[in-house]
Design a protein around this ligand. Structure first.
Ligand code: AMP
Length: 632
């Protein structure tokens, strides 16, 4: 491989993984605790299905908590909670966390939650969210987190798909000092779905939230109901731990399913290899439990190695733009996980603010969610950290559970090339290929795929094997399809370019264009809608929407605002609009499919490529005119 030399250990790991996949993953898995050993590391079922650590019994909640308490970490801080919103902080030791988790596990049992039942969490970043997750896992139930910035429709869809019996929420959430009536949003969602029998409400505000007494109860009331202690249930490695929905190429979100066994092994292994996570770390991962990163690396990754994790409620620059640096200084944070959007949002305040703080404890920073663009990398690496600690990019997906491409700092750091996520990690047979699955030479753009399953990779979508096969294993022969276009360079580094599907990334969060279009269509004035992404300096991408109004409706500016507000109520404020333009027609194929690729090219002012299948070519001129009169 090109001019990059691997250290002996990295070379050995990569080679072992490719020659003896089972031995390689089996060795890593043995570093974790198992109630019962597995019979087979890997088992192929009918293509493309597979299983890991078949017959092995473990429990990710037990390994994150009980196991640490039993191994001398009872009094060690597990979670350092910092709420910038409330100006509060709290420390939970592993021992305290165990007590709380046991109590809440008993409450869930008293509420009728059994092994395999689903519990949706629609909660802010508070310790109770972590307790709710660990308690659910402890009793073998399946949690399903929904980001508290989602609106009622998005919440309803996710509850419905998971088929949840219990909802954990709070009366209010806080965002930049404003109060969000979370319980009221949850109530609206529950009007749209059946099946939720109990809603447990954490009280944070001073006012009574709306409560339906036959269904809703306060957190303390739930705690009072719990009886006895429930030991963690040994779970077969392939039994589900959680369902996390992510946007796909249809209006219906995909329920990715992660397991107690394989997922745990992957998160643990990559935590060590990519982040160098170990017991001595004070780890600060800036994500939310509503996203995969929140589960994998706010909670599980650091706790599986007995480290201390900082759990943060707030935005990066409220109440002051140096709040995060204050926390780093206060807790002597050793390693951080950030997104490029977060770096850019801090960069605009300049480096004087971070430099006022003692940041010498930081040894390492990882970034993911989208490519870490060179200016943002340079700012953090050179201006803030003065090259004292590496800032590395790495790539993964909700579906992969943990990193798949990265710079293996925990094994040996490779030279950093800003803008590249570095190399496929040990155990990941990543490749850049054409549509037949043939590897492409350096410099040629293709699709990034994985040629073999790995333990963190989802084994199905919740109750939708068919969609799993279609979306991930049918597009390129014998390969897991990531949906990402990429190229490799002479050194084997992977450079991610863009999504190949109908997914846009707003501030690192995946949103389906079709999901947004469906929400726009709920506005009574709208006849048709098409959505594409447009560039944004901070968030990388935001929504550009083309809307056809119903006959007789006047295209007023006010109406634009109203439509945008409707979408944000339904989907949540994470859907950020760059532009909404009214048109009288949308470019479509003769079979009626919206030509989003053409829309994107028009928005970017790029050559349109082949559009011979268009039904009405005048639609292109129409869009061009509308964009012209609405500069970004
Ligand atoms: P999500 O499942 O929401 O975490 O989004 C996963 C997607 O984010 C990937 O498929 C990529 O499109 C994108 N992504 C994540 N990390 C990176 C990165 N470091 N470089 C480029 N794209 C990334």
């Amino acid at each position: 491989m090109g001019g990059i030399e691997f250290s002996d250990e990295l070379g050995r790991l990569i080679e072992r993984a490719s020659k003896d996949m089972e031995g390689f993953w089996g060795d890593v898995a043995r570093e974790l605790y198992w109630f019962q050993p597995w019979e087979r590391v890997f088992q192929r079922e009918k293509y493309p299905f597979f299983k890991w650590f078949v017959g092995g019994k473990t429990n990710i909640s037990y390994n994150c908590i009980d196991h640490n308490v039993l191994n001398g970490r009872k009094d060690k801080p597990a979670i350092l909670w910092e709420s910038a919103e409330r100006g509060e902080s709290k420390i939970l030791t592993y021992g305290q966390l165990l007590t709380e988790v046991k109590r809440f596990a008993s409450s869930l049992r008293a509420l009728g939650v059994k092994k395999g039942d689903r519990v949706t969490l629609y909660m802010p970043m508070v310790p109770e969210a972590a307790i709710g997750i660990f308690a659910t896992l402890r009793i073998g139930a399946i949690y399903s987190p929904v980001f508290a910035g989602f609106g009622y429709r998005a919440l309803a869809d996710r509850i419905e798909n998971a088929g949840s019996k219990v909802l954990l929420t709070s009366d209010v959430a806080y965002r930049r000092g404003t109060i969000i009536q979370l319980k009221s949003i949850a109530d609206k969602a529950l009007e749209l779905v059946d099946g939720v029998e109990k809603v447990v409400v954490l009280r944070r505000g001073s006012e009574e939230p709306p409560m339906r007494r036959d269904r809703d109860l306060y957190w303390e009331e739930a705690l009072e109901m719990g009886e006895g202690e429930h030991e963690a249930i040994p779970m077969e490695a392939n039994e589900p731990a959680f369902i996390l929905h992510t946007s796909g190429t249809t209006a219906k979100p995909k329920g990715t399913v992660h397991t107690h066994g394989g997922y745990q092994v992957h998160v643990y292994a990559m935590g060590k290899w990519v982040y160098g996570l170990n017991e001595s770390d004070i780890w600060f991962c800036l994500s939310d439990i509503g996203w995969i990163v929140g589960s994998s690396y706010v909670l599980f990754g650091p706790m599986l190695v007995g480290a201390t994790t900082v759990m943060y409620e707030g935005t990066p620059d409220y109440p002051s733009p140096d709040i995060l640096w204050k926390i780093v200084e206060k807790h002597k944070v050793t390693k951080m996980w950030v997104s490029p959007t977060l770096i850019r949002s801090l960069m605009k305040y300049g480096e004087d603010l971070p430099l006022k703080h003692d940041l010498r404890s930081i040894k390492f920073v990882a970034s993911a969610g989208e490519p870490l663009n060179p200016p943002a990398w340079e700012w953090l690496q050179k201006k803030v950290l003065k090259d004292r600690a590496p800032v590395v990019d790495h790539m993964w997906q909700t579906e992969t559970g943990g990193p798949i491409v990265g710079n293996p700092y925990g094994i040996s750091l490779l030279p950093i090339k800003p803008g590249s996520a570095t190399i496929p990690l040990p155990g990941i047979e990543g490749d850049v290929v054409d549509e037949r699955g043939e590897p492409l030479p350096p410099g040629i753009e293709g699709i990034f795929v994985c040629r073999k399953p790995f333990p963190g990779l989802i084994q199905t979508l919740w109750r939708d094997d068919k969609r799993y096969v279609e979306e991930y294993w049918s597009k390129i022969p014998n390969c897991y399809y990531t949906g990402d276009a990429a190229k490799r360079d002479e050194d084997g580094y992977v450079w991610f370019i863009a999504r190949t599907d109908e997914v846009i990334k707003i501030a690192g969060h995946r949103m389906g264009t079709i999901e947004i279009e469906s929400a726009i269509l709920t506005h009574p004035a709208v006849a048709e809608a098409a959505v594409t992404g447009m560039p944004d300096p901070l968030r990388k991408e935001v929504v550009c929407a083309f809307v056809v109004l119903k006959g007789g409706v006047e295209p007023k500016e006010e109406l634009k605002k109203e439509i945008i507000q409707t979408i944000r109520n339904i989907m949540g404020p994470i859907v950020v609009f760059g532009k909404l333009v009214f048109v009288t027609k949308i470019p479509k194929t003769r079979s009626g499919k919206i030509m989003r690729r053409i829309l994107k090219s028009l928005v970017m002012d790029k050559p349109l490529g082949d559009y011979s299948t268009i039904e009405d070519p005048t639609a292109i001129e129409e869009v061009r005119r509308a964009l012209g009169s609405n500069p970004p």
